[in-house]
Design a protein around this ligand. Structure first.
Ligand SMILES: NC(=O)c1ccc[n+]([C@@H]2O[C@H](COP(=O)([O-])OP(=O)(O)OC[C@H]3O[C@@H](n4cnc5c(N)ncnc54)[C@H](O)[C@@H]3O)[C@@H](O)[C@H]2O)c1
Length: 440
């Protein structure tokens, strides 16, 4: 394949050299001669272990070229990979100037060069860009440039996951290859281009691919700060947090795993809020701030408020709450966010009927009973053991219960709106008219 790589910084130069090493005909383009000239002379324009040798080999084999002229790169090219910078502006927004410029360069060059035999050219963003960029910026710029004879464009987002310092190893062993496109031909072109990696190419919605890179980097940053907050607080208690975290990562069930990573409703229960408050108290008495952990309580509160706001924004005042305990298969109501949700909606004058497969007010005892009495003293009146009864006449159902009776009743008599608090109600429920997810 002939591949044009726009931007020869860390991502572009690694990408160009690796693709050339795997037999593709690669043309790197940069506006900066300080990037182009070293490659032309067989050297890497950036410091990256192993890259100098790979660039030298690619140039010597005639597979790797660099230029400031997009027309040389676009001539008969099948794919353009955009690897230009996307820096922060003063406000923190993403500066897409270089993306716009690169797309315009591609479109204008396509107007004056020979198209590939297929007539089809894939324009693929590898830079990190906010969701909506391919649709709103790339497609928009393409539409502004006069149509070209012979070239038909398809667009995609294919985020890059390499890290500086281990760029080559990361390029050859990516965590995943994800292509966001609605154009099947682009999906096929990238499957061919990256076939040598031996990693399945996952074709997804464009915005999913754009968001994925941000999710990864936000999570990585959160991990670093989490470990640092653990270290900061526990050192006051003579704890070596490296030892704590050595053990922590051995839990691959709950700690380092997909668990707790499904967007949905708030956390609660008898342990997480209590123990989080306890850690924050330890911080306070030691005059230390733990803003990440404090932020988790704040964001949890916002999650409950968001559902209340959604209900209030819609029509009707009859609400069915299916599922009351803080998680599946327990009758523990202590600090259940569903109890909090019920309390707020009742406080706002909504008529609630609540179904829970397990919670039976006559069997509640101890702390559980005290919690319910303080939060929902009229539980007995609004609780039913029949989900159909809870749903009768409801304008909206708030659903965290996934038991067969609840799902069956919902499918049998769906209200105008179903708000999914669990994220796992299944395809049948998601197909209902008026279905809404909380985190998606
Ligand atoms: N650096 C990383 O480790 C890394 C990893 C994954 C993703 N990313 C993302 O990839 C993108 C590129 O990152 P980088 O670190 O390689 O950036 P960089 O600043 O090292 O390189 C960007 C290059 O683009 C060139 N450029 C700007 N406009 C151009 C145009 N119109 N045509 C051709 N070249 C142009 C610049 O001259 C520069 O050489 C960013 O969006 C970044 O967030 C970076």
């Amino acid at each position: 394949m002939k591949v044009a790589v726009f931007g020869l910084g860390y991502v572009g130069s690694v990408t160009a050299a690796c693709l050339a090493a795997n037999g593709h005909d690669v043309w790197g383009v940069d506006v900066d001669t300080a990037k182009v000239d070293p490659i032309t002379q067989g050297h890497s324009p950036v410091v990256e272990p192993g890259l100098d040798e790979l660039v030298a080999a690619g140039v010597a084999a005639g597979k790797l070229h660099a230029t400031t002229d997009p027309r040389l790169a676009l001539d008969r090219a099948d794919v353009s990979l955009i690897c230009v910078g996307t820096p922060s502006t003063a406000s923190g927004s993403t500066d897409l100037t270089y993306i716009r410029r690169a797309v315009r360069d591609i479109a204008e060059a396509a107007g004056v060069v020979v198209p590939p035999d297929s007539g089809f050219h894939s324009i693929v963003v590898r830079s990190t860009v906010p969701p909506g960029t391919v649709d709103g910026v790339v497609e928009h710029v393409l539409a502004e440039v006069p149509a070209t004879d012979g070239f038909t464009f398809g667009t995609a987002m294919c985020p890059e996951f390499l890290r500086e310092g281990s760029g080559l190893a990361d390029f050859y062993d990516p965590p995943f290859v994800v292509v966001g496109t609605r154009n099947a031909k682009v999906g096929t072109a990238l499957t061919d281009l990256f076939g040598f990696l031996g990693t399945e190419v996952q074709v997804v919605d464009v915005r999913t691919a754009e968001a994925l890179k941000y999710a990864c980097n936000a999570f990585h940053a959160t991990k670093v700060s989490f470990a640092n907050e653990m270290g900061r607080i526990f050192r006051y208690y003579g704890v070596d947090s490296r030892e704590v975290m050595r053990l922590f990562v051995q839990d691959t069930s709950l700690n380092i795993s997909p668990y707790y990573l499904r967007p949905g409703f708030a956390f609660g229960g008898s342990c997480l809020p209590k123990d989080l408050r306890s850690v924050l108290h330890l911080a306070r008495v030691n005059n230390t701030d733990l803003p990440l952990l404090a932020g988790t309580l704040a964001t949890n509160e916002l999650t409950v408020r968001d559902v209340v706001d959604r209900v209030v924004a819609g029509p009707g005042r009859e609400v069915a709450l299916l599922g009351l305990s803080f998680k599946h298969a327990t009758d523990d109501l202590r600090e259940s966010p569903s109890v909090e949700l019920a309390e707020r909606l009742i406080g706002k004058g909504y008529h609630l009927r609540i179904y829970d497969a397990i919670v039976n007010p006559s069997r509640l005892v101890g702390a559980n009973l005290r919690h319910v009495k303080s939060k929902l003293p009229h539980l007995q009146r609004v609780l039913t053991d029949d989900p159909a009864e809870a749903l009768r006449g409801a304008d909206v159902a708030l659903v965290s219960a996934t038991d067969t009776a609840a799902i069956g009743a919902l499918l049998g008599n769906p209200p105008a709106r179903t708000i999914d608090l669990s994220g796992r109600l299944g395809a049948n429920v998601e197909a209902l008219p008026g279905y809404e997810g909380v985190g998606w």
